[in-house]
Design a protein around this ligand. Structure first.
Ligand code: AMP
Length: 464
């Protein structure tokens, strides 16, 4: 199967070729023709399967084919940067002249709305939309919390065709009257299970009320819980069910390894592995924000460049940390589960579980950061005695045992250190929201877009 056979237009074929994609991934082969037909989709696909392009490419094509924008805007695709500025200026003045922001865009109200659970994912999805659509006269923008609202208001005022957003900030805009969703033709709920886990269901329902009744709906979720089922039942009209292999069943590209190690020697082992293997880019998961900071500092003192990303950092600091990591300026990014959700980092050969997650499905999400789109990846877990039960539960979800490799010099479990190590809660147990844990059931007030409650992720199954 080739991209040409999927019915994509030349500009989009050029864009995927420029990205180096030679053939569509399974979710792309199946979803693109269905979306182009205007049908609803219920997609069981995780991040790493190519699902962003699976919805972004057909959305760009549909919006471009059914363009209702004024002829002046159509010129924009061929316009130089200075021309674009002029055209924006004209549009701004028109908007102001009309005396009302909402009435001023003349056909540049968002026609596609893509909702994502986290800011990082929103930024990445919008970047993909921009990349794939760069030859088309369509505009996209991204809005999320934790950053100033005024530039977003300006971008919305200038006019947008495709809007990518996290739910909280979207509702802020809607509440202030700086966003009009009455022209949305296509809605995407990306990583819908994560949005529900993070407590966004009420926000989603409020957003749905702001959209036109008649529209195309695309819902992507890695897991299929009762909550997802009820959301899908209420949202989708005769959807095409498209399920592609979960990461844990498509794991040929990812090698999983457990390194047994005493709790107190984990950091030493990690430095040893990074330096000894000359790893250039490694994503390390810790369970707590405090732990992420501490580990990043310790790695630095071991001579390994590192930075941390988690929900207590400002959005600017998170963006900077990610940019440093992506550019190769630092080789280790230490992250908590929530902060790392949906991160798409090209060529990420190593993911390390410095501590195993409480919820086995989070292991799957973590390792989904490596081995993406066919590349090879290593998922290493540093496991101490206290984590054995967590490991057993992860292996149950993966439906296979993970290979155990002792690292010479680190193989001895240090019993006394183990006794001092903090005890781990049982999988699924709720954590206290105090004490800085980035745990389940927490609803931090300062990070509206990072909410998370206990997840009930189950395998994505088709309804019978
Ligand atoms: P996603 O699941 O959307 O997060 O995509 C995962 C990664 O796969 C991204 O880095 C994409 O650039 C890449 N990708 C998407 N489609 C293809 C394709 N057809 N061939 C190769 N890589 C792809």
């Amino acid at each position: 199967m080739s991209f040409e056979q999927l019915g994509l237009q030349a500009e989009l074929l050029g864009a995927v070729a420029a990205e180096g994609y030679t053939s569509p991934t399974p979710i792309q082969s199946r979803a693109i023709p269905v979306i182009l037909e205007g049908r609803d989709v219920l997609g069981g696909a995780q991040t790493g399967t190519g699902k962003t392009a699976a919805f972004a490419l057909p959305i760009l094509q549909l919006l471009n084919m059914h363009s209702e924008r004024p002829a002046r805007s159509l010129l924009r695709g061929q316009a130089s940067e200075s021309d674009i500025d002029t055209s924006l200026h004209v549009e701004d003045s028109r908007g102001k002249a009309a005396g009302s922001f909402n009435k001023g865009e003349r056909g540049r109200l968002p026609r596609a709305l893509i909702l994502t659970p986290t800011r990082e994912l929103a930024a990445q999805v919008e970047e993909s939309v921009r990349t794939y659509g760069r030859k088309l006269p369509l505009r996209s923008t991204v809005i999320y919390g934790g950053v100033g609202i005024n530039p977003q208001i300006e971008a919305l005022r200038r006019g947008v065709d495709i809007l990518v957003a996290t739910p909280g900030r979207l509702l802020d805009h809607a509440g202030q009257g700086t966003l009009n969703l009455s022209k949305v033709e296509i809605l995407v709920l990306d990583e819908a299970d994560r949005m529900l886990d993070m407590g966004f269901i009420h926000d989603i329902r409020r957003i749905l009320k702001l959209l036109p009744h008649k529209r195309q709906n695309l819902l992507f979720s890695a897991t299929y819980s009762n909550e997802i089922k009820s959301l899908a039942d209420g949202l989708l009209h005769e959807p095409e069910l498209i399920e592609v292999a979960r990461r844990n069943t498509a794991a040929e590209t990812v090698t999983h390894v457990v390194h047994p190690v005493g709790h107190s020697r984990k950091r030493e082992l990690l430095s040893h592995l990074i330096k000894g293997g000359d790893w250039k880019r490694v994503l390390v998961f810790t369970r707590t924000k405090h732990g992420a900071n501490r580990l990043a500092n310790q790695l630095m003192s071991d001579g390994v460049s590192a930075t941390a990303i988690h929900g207590n950092k400002s959005q600017a600091a998170r963006t900077r940390a990610l940019a440093e990591f992506k550019s190769g300026a630092v080789r280790t990014l230490v992250a908590t589960d929530i902060a790392a959700r949906g991160l798409d980092i090209d060529s990420l050969p190593h993911v390390v579980n410095y501590e195993l997650p409480n919820i086995p499905e989070d292991y799957v999400h973590r390792i989904g950061r490596t081995g993406r789109a066919g590349a090879n990846g290593m998922a290493l877990s540093l496991v101490c005695l206290e984590e054995q039960e967590l490991l057993t539960n992860i292996q149950k979800v993966l439906q296979h045992k993970i290979q155990v490799e002792k690292v010479p010099g680190f193989e001895q479990e240090n019993a006394s250190a183990s006794r001092q190590a903090p005890s781990f809660r049982q999988p699924g147990a709720r954590q206290d929201t105090r004490g800085g844990k980035e745990g389940f059931g927490r609803r931090p007030s300062s990070h509206r877009d990072e909410r998370k409650s206990s997840g009930d992720g189950r395998n994505f199954k088709r309804r019978g």
